[in-house]
Design a protein around this ligand. Structure first.
Ligand SMILES: CC(C)(COP(=O)(O)OP(=O)(O)OC[C@H]1O[C@@H](n2cnc3c(N)ncnc32)[C@H](O)[C@@H]1OP(=O)(O)O)[C@@H](O)C(=O)NCCC(=O)NCCS
Length: 176
C-alpha cells in the first residue's frame, strides 16, 4: 500500500464498531451513523447472500498495553447486481492525504468488478470538494443531484463509475 508498509486492511468485525463509531462521530459530526446502523450493515456481510462488504484500515500501536492496532479508516460497500454502492468511506484527519482513501476506493471498485457489478455509485455532499476531487480522479462522474438531501439542507451529488469496458469486443462484434 502506498500509505506505508505498516498500514493494513482487513474486514471489519463487530468488535471494531466502538472505534469505528468514534471515528465516524469525529468525521461526520452532523450526520453520524448511529451504532445500530453499523451492526445492521455488518449483519449483511454474512452468508452466501451477503450484500455488504466492510473493511478497516489499521496501523500498529506500540505505546498501549491494551491494543496493538488503531483504526485509521474504514470503507463499506453494498453490491446488489448489477449495481455497487460506496456506503461510506472515511480516513482519520491525522492520516488523510497519505493515499488511504484512494487505496480503500480501489478495494471497493476491484471487489465490485470481481462480484460482477456493472457500475459503482456513491453520493457525496455538494460542499465536500476534497472527496469529490478523489472520486473524479478515480473515474467517477456526477450524474444526478438530490436537492436538499442532507438534514442541514445540503445537496447530494450522485456520482458513477462504469465498470464495463465500452471498447471491449462484444459477442456480436466477434462474429464479424
Ligand atoms: C475523502 C477521504 C476519505 C479521502 O481520504 P484520504 O486518505 O485523505 O485520500 P487520499 O490521501 O487518497 O487523497 C486522494 C485525493 O483526495 C482528495 N482530497 C482528499 N481530502 C482532501 C482535502 N481535505 N482537500 C482537498 N483534497 C482532498 C484529493 O483530490 C487527493 O488527491 P491528491 O493526492 O492528488 O491531492 C478523507 O478526506 C475523509 O475521510 N474525509 C472526511 C470524510 C468524508 O468526507 N468522506 C467522504 C464522504 S462521501
Amino acid at each position: 500500500m502506498s500509505a506505508g508498509p505498516a498500514v493494513s486492511l482487513r474486514s471489519m468485525v463487530a468488535e471494531d464498531i466502538p472505534e469505528v463509531l468514534a471515528l465516524e462521530q469525529r468525521l461526520f459530526p452532523h450526520d453520524a451513523w448511529p451504532e445500530q446502523f453499523f451492526h445492521e450493515e455488518l449483519a449483511h456481510t454474512q452468508g452466501e447472500r451477503a450484500t455488504r462488504r466492510y473493511w478497516v484500515c489499521t496501523e500498529p500501536v506500540e505505546d498501549d498495553p491494551l491494543t496493538d492496532e488503531r483504526i485509521i479508516g474504514f470503507v463499506g460497500m453494498m453490491c446488489v447486481l448489477p449495481l455497487a454502492d460506496v456506503q461510506t468511506i472515511a480516513v482519520a484527519p491525522e492520516a488523510q492525504g497519505r493515499g488511504l482513501g484512494t487505496t480503500m476506493l480501489h478495494l471497493v471498485v476491484d471487489t465490485a468488478r470481481d462480484l460482477g457489478a456493472e457500475q459503482v455509485l456513491l453520493e457525496v455532499r455538494s460542499d465536500n470538494d476534497g472527496a469529490q476531487g478523489l472520486y473524479r480522479r478515480e473515474g467517477f462522474t456526477h450524474i444526478h443531484t438530490r436537492r436538499r438531501y442532507y438534514p442541514d439542507g445540503a445537496d447530494a451529488l450522485i456520482m458513477q463509475k462504469p465498470l464495463t469496458d465500452l471498447d471491449a469486443p462484444t459477442s456480436a462484434s466477434r462474429l464479424r
